[in-house]
Design a protein around this ligand. Structure first.
Ligand code: PEP
Ligand code: MN
Length: 339
């Protein structure tokens, strides 16, 4: 429910309403209003009729239901775009965020070389997995904490903030010591215990869409994080599974305008996992910017032929630098900027 206070409601009246919401077992979420205070009451849907009674409290103008199944993620509750701040970079504002780096962290030399080269080409985040969700248990599973330490070194060397995946609620605290943005991979988009844990920390969460996740389910997953208190969620479209086999997945570009309409959260696109082929990454990167994405996540490897994972879709640093040159006109056309 959304509780709209009247413009002349006193601080005391607002406090009484908030106390009542909490007493009824709901959480209060402040929604910034221009003229009046608006409070979101979010919780168990079964008791929502009791919230309606708040309408008769002094200072309350109206109590209106939130019609969407996702509440805090919806534009109904927050109409202005969420802008995530990471150091001096922003995601969801005017700047286009460029997250680039290897699929997996493999060695000091590999991650540090990549960090230096993607930074020179214009990336403003370094991506790299230390915990890898692999389809086969016999494939490389990641360097785990050693990988996080190497990411830290690459960060110190390049100045780029780190985006890295967390797979397990038990590893949230450890990964949070190294990551600037915590990534939830496509396979974990409905790992609700993990999402709830991530809702309790104060780092931005990059939530990837699952390969079989509808937009509504995707937003409900974001809601799990938001409802625990963490408001910094970045959505990432990375391709969905269709009947088509020419590409690894099918990039659902149309989810960008749908998400932009439904939610205030930033939306970025990963054309690497979406296509699975390095030579298709650039055209989909251009298309994503043109469709209104707030950023890109791109896999870059100094030696893709010998990559431990996702070599076929990884760009060599020189190709990534060319991609950066080629997306600039699209960024300008969309009245956006690069950091
Ligand atoms: C990745 O980013 O390397 C990754 C495993 O992506 P996804 O979860 O989208 O498959
Ligand atoms: Mn990958």
């Amino acid at each position: 429910m959304i509780i709209v206070m009247s413009p002349n409601a006193t601080e005391e009246q607002i406090q009484m309403v908030e106390d009542m919401i909490k007493q009824l077992g709901y959480a209060c979420h402040e929604i910034a209003g221009v003229e009046r205070k608006v409070i979101g009451a979010v919780g168990d849907e079964r008791g929502k009729d009791r919230l309606q009674a708040i309408e008769s409290m002094p200072g309350v103008e109206s109590v209106v239901p939130i019609l969407k199944p996702y509440k805090l993620a919806s534009r109904e509750v927050k109409s202005s775009n969420t802008v995530c701040q990471v150091g001096d970079a922003t995601i969801g504002g005017k700047e286009i965020a460029i997250m680039a780096g290897p699929c997996s962290v493999e060695s000091r030399d590999q991650v540090c070389t990549t960090a230096k080269l993607v930074k020179e080409a214009g990336a403003n985040f370094l991506r790299g997995g230390a915990y890898k969700p692999r389809t086969s248990p016999y494939s490389f599973q990641g360097l785990e904490e050693e990988g996080l330490i190497l990411l830290q070194e690459a960060k110190e060397l390049s100045g780029l903030p780190i985006v890295t995946e967390v797979m397990n609620p038990r590893e949230v605290d450890l990964v949070a010591q190294y990551a600037d943005i915590m990534q939830v991979g496509a396979r974990n988009v409905q790992n609700f215990s993990l999402l709830k844990e991530l809702g309790k920390i104060d780092k931005p969460i990059l939530l990837k869409r699952g390969m079989m996740t509808t937009i509504k389910e995707f937003l409900m997953s974001a809601e799990y994080i938001l409802s625990e208190g963490n408001r910094n969620v970045i959505l990432c479209e990375r391709g969905i599974r269709t009947f088509e086999t020419a590409t690894r997945n099918t990039l659902d570009l149309s989810c960008i305008p749908v998400l932009k309409k439904e939610t205030h959260l930033p939306v970025i696109v990963d054309p690497s996992h979406a296509t699975g082929h390095w030579d298709m990454v650039e055209s989909m990167a251009r298309a994503a910017i043109a469709a209104g994405a707030d950023g890109l996540m791109i896999e870059v490897h100094p030696d893709p032929a010998h990559a431990f994972s996702d070599g076929p879709q990884s760009l060599k640093p020189a190709k990534f630098a060319a991609l950066m040159d080629h997306i600039r006109p699209f960024i300008n056309l969309m009245d956006r900027t690069l950091k």
